[in-house]
Design a protein around this ligand. Structure first.
Ligand SMILES: [Zn+2]
Length: 264
């Protein structure tokens, strides 16, 4: 109590200032928006939405019944590592739930899609000009809702084309071959192909795969410029043209290929 307060109490007719209940004035903690995180489960990336909730007393995993998405809900002040550690420990359970649901993921507002392996939330921005842009780890799409899937597909195809073009020309130059043409299209059956005349074709769905997988598929097709088969020399050249491990990349595509086909 301050001296001023004490004096006021002594004055006739003085009343103590009313104090508001501290609960009413306490500001609510500002919670960050949900964040898409990836949990690795024996090589299979699982996508979980990490959310903070003022009501949560402990960390928990919940399944969103509407879209089958797994949510990791933590109290506002819990350390991020503690919450993520919980999800990592429950990876097998998350995987089981994901398999059971395995819903297709259409391109709509709120959908989570991996862009070169990193999960991104799709945000529809009907009020904004432009087409598609990256902002705060999310994929923002302007325009009318019915055009969102096509706009996003076109944008992903362009991103992939830019990436594979750079990689393919650089790799081909190291073996003194020329890439005459690069095509990107939505092929459901193969990740890439190589034509005799030096034209390479890639599936747009590689835009969902991690960079090392894209690198492998490009190395594979460029190696076909020298060897039109899958013999030992072809595989040796593929390995030389890439940074990662051939067997690991092929295994990744076997495990995850179907999942990439269900997006969009
Ligand atoms: Zn091949």
């Amino acid at each position: 109590m301050s001296l001023f307060d004490s004096l006021r109490d002594l004055l006739p007719g003085a009343s103590r200032p009313k104090r508001r209940a501290p609960v009413a004035t306490k500001p609510k903690p500002l919670l960050p928006p949900p964040e898409a995180i990836t949990i690795d489960h024996a090589g299979v990336p699982l996508i979980v939405m990490f959310e903070r909730s003022a009501k949560a007393r402990r960390v928990s995993l919940r399944v969103d019944q509407r879209n089958g998405r797994v949510r990791l809900v933590a109290p506002p002040r819990m350390a991020r590592e503690t919450a993520l550690g919980f999800a990592h420990a429950q990876a097998a359970w998350i995987h089981g739930r994901t398999l059971r649901q395995s819903p297709p993921v259409p391109f709509t507002d709120g959908a989570v899609i991996p862009l070169f392996g990193a999960p991104h939330v799709v945000r529809h921005r009907p009020d904004r000009r432009g087409t598609v842009w990256l902002e705060d780890g999310a994929l923002h799409v302007a325009g009318r809702a019915e055009h969102l899937p096509r706009r996003l597909h076109d944008w992903l195809a362009n991103e992939l084309r830019a990436r594979v073009s750079t990689l393919a020309h650089a790799k081909a130059a190291t073996i003194d071959r020329k890439v005459t043409r690069i095509t990107v299209r939505d092929t459901a059956t193969q990740w890439g192909s190589c034509a005799r005349a030096g034209g390479l074709s890639f599936s747009t769905r590689l835009a969902f795969a991690p960079p090392e997988i894209v690198d492998y598929v490009v190395a594979h097709e460029v190696a076909h410029l020298a060897h039109a088969n899958h013999g030992p020399q072809f595989w040796a050249l593929t390995a030389k043209l890439m940074d990662g491990d051939v067997a690991a990349c092929r295994a990744w595509l076997r495990r995850n290929g179907e999942r990439l086909m269900r997006l969009g």
